[in-house]
Design a protein around this ligand. Sequence first.
Ligand SMILES: O=C(O)CCC(=O)c1ccccc1C(=O)O
Ligand SMILES: [Mg+2]
Length: 361
Amino acid sequence: MAFPRPNHPENFLDPLYDSIHLSSQNTGTHVHLEWRRYARLFRQPLRTKHGVWDQREGLVVRLEDAQGRVGFGEIAPLPWFGSETLDAAIALCASLSAMGEALNSQQLALIPNTLPACQFGLAIAWSALHYPPSQTPLDAAIPPSAVLLPTGETALEHWQPTWESGNHTFKWKIGVESASKELCTFQKLQARLPKFSTIRLDANGGLSVADACRWLEVCATDERVEFLEQPLAPDAFTAMQALSDRFPTPLALDESVANLAQLAACYQQGWRGVFVVKPAIAGSPYRLRALCHQHHLDVVVSSVFETAIARNFLQTSLLPALPQPLRAPGLGTAHWFPDDGFETTDFASLWQRLTPSSKTA
Ligand SMILES: O=C(O)CCC(=O)c1ccccc1C(=O)O
Ligand SMILES: [Mg+2]
């Protein structure tokens, strides 16, 4: 069983479900929470409009119930993208773990929407308690992930191994240097990428309307461009609607839809383009799944550089539960890290290597 069924007690994190079913015998079962910090250096820093990022920090969480069952989860906040901070996540974990025997599914279901990465991380740990993580998705065909290329000219030398490994969708960051310089580099990239590749351009909200138009004019002449992601800042929603009406290349929202409330709001305001969703910072994965089905959203499930714990959940549980057919997920980021042991699917051994939180908090 890859994903809790609608109607199943394990769907407890759905607030609607909770209000109806929290009286079930499940509520009384207490769990014990522990968490440990991790930090991973990138092989090379990632440059985006938001700045230079050189280290991914997060938490691995571990739930154990009275029967000795164990489930691992991961809290990987991205504060510069609008999620809570790592300190806020640690404070929540400290307060939940201090509850001792009083901690049960009800408290986990009450994590506020201001802590979306915590909602996600503890939901997947709860799920893993009941359904041991599998290594393979059960029912759906998951296309190979898009692979994130280095920013700038370095991309020109880095796409080939990806192509040879069978991933033909590339993602490239723009909006970092001047549009003229980046358009020039893009021309070289266009000349080198094979005919049957797919290109995603991600501006991280960093373009002016004028530069976005220059990019979209170029994109219109290259059918390999799948979409232009977040050309303008999130507050320029109306201008992005206007751009998407004016040019043939689809636009995708990312920063604009960092959490579930923003995702629902953009849909309500009429966005029918692509939604790049980062489940690890969006909130409850059950509510995310429900929203995607309810509105038939055109989503790309995207990485926030999580470890194998969160990524395994995305690949084996969430992706198969989303509306099919799927766009290529944006989970091709593991190659950004050296061989540091965080890509293992032996979560217990990963946990063992981390320092207990009493020594770091
Ligand atoms: O979506 C992908 O394909 C890769 C992930 C990615 O680009 C990303 C990773 C971490 C933080 C922000 C972003 C982003 O899409 O802006
Ligand atoms: Mg993006």
